[in-house]
Design a protein around this ligand. Structure first.
Ligand SMILES: Cc1ncc(COP(=O)(O)O)c(C=O)c1O
Length: 184
């Protein structure tokens, strides 16, 4: 799959990838993503909007990899979409370029900045919420798996087990009825 992905993106200058993906939840493994960043010639932007719900992040890899930018947001795990605050992690080359093009004096509202600081000072609240969401996600996955198994098994049980019993009983009852009795 990774090979295919790289083949398809050969002519591109920028590769933008959700990790995990919205809405499928699909995520390449960490090693696969690292290989992808290393083998792609252009810029790789990894969108980790749902990164806190995943098992790994690529943000520390961005420090050493000059073609990687990891973008994150406070919209999902912090549940603070309304403040419109996000950030990116990248090599100094990108952070310097970004600081040069920022529109001062007010690139972010004071309310956004203060809300962001408050959220980060209470990061434990977010971590607890993420823990609960992850365990609920697992519970839903298990429940759905069992339901799917039941949906697979029940028609087969009816067809191969219950139907023969019912039919045999109906046949037996019919045979008891004189009109249906066999004669020599
Ligand atoms: C993968 C992904 N990236 C980014 C965003 C946008 O996040 P923000 O609220 O920070 O604009 C979304 C929102 O749904 C998303 O699903």
């Amino acid at each position: 799959m990774l090979k295919n992905f790289l083949k398809q993106s050969k002519k591109a200058d920028i590769l933008y990838l959700d990790s995990p993906n919205n809405p499928t939840g699909f995520q390449f493994t960490k090693t696969e993503l690292q290989t992808l960043v290393k083998s792609f010639d252009g810029l790789v932007i990894i969108d980790e909007a749902y990164g806190e719900f995943a098992d790994y992040s690529l943000s520390s890899f961005a420090k050493t990899q000059s073609n990687l930018i990891v973008v994150r947001t406070l919209s999902k795990s912090f549940g603070m979409a309304g403040i419109r605050l996000g950030y990116f992690v990248a090599n100094k080359k990108f952070t310097d370029a970004f600081l040069n093009v920022l529109q001062y004096p007010y690139p972010l509202s004071t309310l956004t900045i203060e809300s962001g600081i408050l959220a980060l000072e209470n990061v434990g609240l977010m971590e607890n919420a993420v823990k609960i969401i992850k365990s609920e996600r697992q519970r839903i996955i298990e429940t759905l798996k069992n339901l799917i198994l039941l949906m697979y098994l029940i028609p087969r049980l009816i067809l191969y087990y219950l139907m023969p019993i019912v039919l045999t009983n109906v046949y037996f009852l019919l045979l008891q009825n004189k009109e249906f009795q066999l004669e020599n």
